[in-house]
Ligand binder design. Sequence first.
Ligand SMILES: C[S@@+](CC[C@H](N)C(=O)[O-])C[C@H]1O[C@@H](n2cnc3c(N)ncnc32)[C@H](O)[C@@H]1O
Length: 281
Amino acid sequence: MTQSADDFVYTLPGIPAMTPYDFDRATRLIKARTGIVLGNHKEDMVARNLGLYTKKLGLQKVSDYLDHLEYNTSSPEWERFITIFTINHTAFYREQHHFDILADYVKTLEKPIAIWSSACSTGEEAYSIAMTLYENISIPENGVQVVATDIDTVAVERARQGIYTLDRVQPIPQPLLKKYFYRGTGSFSGMARVKPSLQKIVEFGVANLVSGEGWPQGRTFDAVFCRNTMIYFDRPTQTQILERFAKIIKPGGLLFVGHSENFSHMTSAFKLQGQTVYVRT
Ligand SMILES: C[S@@+](CC[C@H](N)C(=O)[O-])C[C@H]1O[C@@H](n2cnc3c(N)ncnc32)[C@H](O)[C@@H]1O
């Protein structure tokens, strides 16, 4: 990537260049749509993807691509645009102590039980919740539900498929891996696939935490996982989402947040229980 000293245009061979104005506009569009606040250090990556997508759409300039997005708010191209900015890093049993707390908590609940993985990425969090439920309570049909959503349609599709490389499933204890996953053979060798028996209690969908689009309507939850996601939002956006969570988490229900997220002074609707877990007051 070269950056011209004269005009600070990001150019890559074979694709349209991005100007600083394009970059600012892209970050404004993405913040308004997803809440994600992007730092300048991502300029190279954004330039590369915007250039590629502009070309793919048969447009001449990155500004044409951004015009397309801005003036066609329901264009399918938005899905691809959003994936430039989402960070999907996740893992099975990430922050293990949350699943220990969940295991104890669900034993105290009466059915029906509903848990929402609200930024589920590629599904590892949702399946870890589902395994914790199976291992700690009896699951009658329709009595237990994990709702799993993300704004990133590509990530949600991968989550729905439930196919992972063996290194990704490595944090899952061996007996659980055997119980809840098939080991791939032939063209799927080196992969593991979630069994339908586990998958059947997980309902995947696309939802935007900021706009509320796709938000589970008319439902209440015993626990919501919103981990390592609010960190990308500004404070007013975080407050707005916490207020929405307060309306759908049952009194005494739990909100699990990421290891570097702290919302203690932002709302009276939740009280910190410890270890980045909040209780709905
Ligand atoms: C770092 S991952 C966290 C995944 C998982 N919760 C975990 O902690 O392992 C952050 C996820 O937030 C999603 N995300 C970002 N903005 C969002 C929004 N406005 N609504 C819903 N999901 C969003 C991204 O697509 C990404 O998959």
